[in-house]
Design a protein around this ligand. Structure first.
Ligand SMILES: Cc1cc2nc3c(=O)[nH]c(=O)nc-3n(C[C@H](O)[C@H](O)[C@H](O)COP(=O)(O)O)c2cc1C
Ligand code: SF4
Ligand code: SF4
Length: 272
């Protein structure tokens, strides 16, 4: 079937999901592409979804506490299709992909899309800092090549498809780690405080303000407001002066747990 346009939609505070989605789009190789970056609060509030004829969507999100980030539900509910083709990507920080992709598949199928392919890709964990080194440097060259190849496979699948309705359902797997079955949903805030600023190091460039996807940084004193912060660590990774730091709760326990469960290199999982 004819697909001659691509719409890339992603939420990607620390830019890994964006890199994967872009690599897939390169592999798919359709010159007419547009992008909607859901990082800004304004973009999410004003978001209006409309597809052009013969356009397919690649939707990418990160995994937060093994699930779809809670703050995305309002904007995801605005993405409504009419049996339109969509590819899903959920990235995760080499600990556990959990049920993000499965839930996203359910949601987007319910909202009128035909999911033609889906994947979990791995990226450096947002909490990567100091002694916590999880999935360092990922997505790396190997990941990006796999993402491009995945894009090529999707292209071939679409070229061989005459009728979207005949494309079989994908059997997306996913389960929660035992710890997350016991903890309440979205308990990621249990592990760290909002990042702290070292005013001695700060150069007042205000890049952290631009990076924050929920306007949680007070523009006057540049402190992160605990009540608004979603702990995405975008401000920490963006700061050119290393003036912002993650502060873990129960430091040694959090470090030990993250380092143990995140140690073994995991590989992307592709459904096509
Ligand atoms: C609040 C929060 C919760 C997270 N929970 C998980 C998780 O349950 N499992 C995991 O492997 N990675 C987890 N991560 C890591 C992110 O999924 C990973 O770093 C993601 O790819 C970041 O995407 P981005 O660079 O596009 O923002 C979490 C990150 C944050 C900020
Ligand atoms: S990004 Fe870093 S240096 Fe720039 S204003 Fe924020 S804390 Fe200061
Ligand atoms: S203040 Fe919190 S929500 Fe905002 S960028 Fe920093 S970690 Fe993310």
């Amino acid at each position: 079937m004819l697909i001659n346009k691509l719409l890339l939609i992603y939420f990607s505070p620390t830019h890994s999901t964006a890199q994967i989605v872009q690599a897939m789009a390169r592999g798919w190789n359709i010159p007419e592409q547009r992008t909607i970056n859901l990082n800004s609060i304004k973009q999410r509030h004003n978001f209006q979804f409309a597809l052009k004829p013969s356009e397919a969507v690649i939707l990418g999100i990160p995994t937060y506490q093994e699930r779809i980030p809670n703050l995305l539900y309002p904007v995801l509910h605005k993405i409504i299709g009419n049996n339109d083709p969509m590819v899903l990507v959920a990235t995760y920080g080499n600990i556990s992909a959990g049920i993000t992709l499965r839930e996203l598949y359910k949601l987007m199928s319910h909202q009128g899309f035909k999911i033609i392919a889906a994947a979990n890709f791995i990226s450096e964990h947002s909490f990567f800092q100091g002694e916590i080194k999880i999935a360092s440097g990922r997505p790396d060259q190997q990941d990006l090549e796999k993402a491009e190849l995945f894009g090529k496979q999707i292209r071939q699948k679409m070229e061989a498809t005459e009728n979207l309705e005949k494309v079989p359902e994908l059997n997306i797997k996913g389960k929660l780690l035992t710890i997350n079955k016991l903890l309440p949903e979205y308990s990621e805030l249990l592990f760290s405080h909002a990042p702290q600023i070292d005013v001695q190091l700060c150069q007042h460039c205000r890049k952290c303000l631009e990076a924050c996807p929920v306007n949680a940084i007070n523009p006057n004193n540049l402190k992160s407001r605990d009540k608004l912060c979603i702990h995405c660590m975008a401000c920490v990774k963006t700061c050119p002066a290393q003036a912002r730091k993650i502060v873990y709760k129960k430091q040694w326990l959090t470090k030990a747990w993250l380092n143990i469960v995140g140690k073994k290199r995991k590989e992307p999982l592709i459904y096509i």
